[in-house]
Design a protein around this ligand. Sequence first.
Ligand code: B12
Ligand code: SF4
Length: 531
Amino acid sequence: MKANKLRIGVLDIVARAPTRALYARVMHANLASIMPQVIATWCEELGHDVRLECYTGFEDLDSILPRDIDVLFIGAFTQAAQLSYAISAMFRARGVVTVLGGPHARCYPQDSQKYFDYVVGFTDKEILGQVLSNPVTHKPLGVYLSAKKQPPSLPGVRERWKFIEPTLRKAPAFKIVPMLGSLGCPYTCAFCIDSTVAYQPLEMEQIQEDLRFLRTKMRKPRVAWHDPNFGVRFTEQMDAIENSIPPGSIDFLAESSLSLLSEPHLKRMKQNGFKAILPGVESWYDMGNKAGARSVKGLDKVKQVSAHVNMVMKYVPYVQANFVLGLDSDHGDEPFELTKKFVDMTPGAFPGYSLLTAFGQAAPLNLDLQRAGRVSGFPFHFLNNNHAMNVRPKNYEWREFYRHVIDLTKYSFSWRAIARRFTANRETIPQWMNVVRAISTEGFGRIEYHTGVLGRLESDRSFRDYFEGESDALPQFYVDRVRRDLGPLWGHLPDGALYHDPHAYLNAQTISPLMLKPVAGRGDMSAAATA
Ligand code: B12
Ligand code: SF4
């Protein structure tokens, strides 16, 4: 294939499967990623024809997938790995060169190389240029490319608008524009993908220009900051907002650690229109730095964090407090009972629960877990922090663990808790968003799903053996679910693509990483893992 003007498709996969869920209807188009839009913009700047599609779970995939293309870029989370592998196989069979980028490519490059011609880690315009200079099929293993670090700058909202707008048209209730103010993080939480990625603020001038631009396009824009940890350079970021737009003319949403959310900061955030914030509490016994509760543990930490979150809610109307379930620091009933106390003491905050998941080579801690033989090969399709936990809990037997998870989820999404959350919130969107989330996939949906898993763990020895690592025969329940979710694409899923090596990261440390051949002196495996 000649690298003249190429016809390029870019697919941003938000949903791993078709859905009709109410929450998905309201939110999926608002969860689109920035990078596929960036890739599309860069491809155009390099002179190619581009079409971008965002799959939210409501489209007929077959009809939105671009035809007559030379190269297909897919951006996928791990939960969409099987979907993306099947799509890649379908396009490769037609002679299209396929490229995978995004969280799955960063976390599981070795597996991805089996199904794509190119797999990219950190991606800048130069890496993209390398792919597009001579895109050819690479079999049996795709080429792995990664820049040494995150790109120094990214196209702003104005340049991406052409790709943002059609995606937002799919959001029926309200529309959220994704932006970035920084990449990486200065902190080093060993469980986090950004613990080894240097903090890097993006150009404030560009951010200001983007905010001004948005006000020309939307009556009251809403912006979600995709920064891993918003507000590390708090003063600069607030100055940039204040110097570019009138106070409160844009609503903002951000993920930030509680330790950055002091009362003076919150006052300024309120003035500047921050409407939603997602702090991580994670655990009552660990990760005190994140929650701004360095040496406090147990009930004392619950009280401190609850008071802090209630204070945050005085300034920011929507708060989601994030927890990780199944951490090594937890044992017995207590962590779950403490979280219930938090739910009672902090009635307005939406509790976000994640099952501990080791996403391949996302974080240094995963090496320890793999070394300890505690990471299982649960199919990627279920690795979204909820549908499976691929780390065997240190201090719980699986049935006991699931009973706790179900009990906590029921407690948090009981009608009593839903009503208290509703009344503790003052604004209409937060009130109803919480109800929708509770009665849709995240509350009721998860109670039903986890209860089904527990039922099988209790009644089916082979199911339990798989969880306990005594058998690697994947229970039929999971196979059937992937088949159902992929629908007609199931037929394109390559043989063996349901399974992966859960120790690939560890093996890549000890065995010469033949699969990850760096190209032209650019990045290599260690660049992705330890930049
Ligand atoms: C912002 C964010 C979100 C936002 C926005 C998501 C989105 N669509 O982008 C929201 C809150 C919606 C979200 C939701 C979820 N998230 Co999230 N999220 C993040 C976060 C904090 C930042 C990601 C980001 O935008 N970084 C900035 C970009 C520029 O950098 P980057 O991601 O490193 O991307 C580089 C390369 O990977 C590459 N690249 C990225 N995308 C693409 C695409 C193409 C086509 C190409 C060629 C290259 C490319 O180029 C970039 C520049 O070098 C990360 C954690 C982190 N610190 O990275 C988690 C993270 C990505 N999320 C994660 C998870 C698990 C989820 C959820 C499943 C949680 C849940 N249970 O709901 C959902 C899934 C949503 C979905 N679409 O499927 C995991 C993903 C692990 C995995 N392998 O799948 C991460 C890594 C956190 C973790 N647990 O470690 N998330
Ligand atoms: S968990 Fe948060 S604070 Fe810790 S390294 Fe990751 S982004 Fe930074």
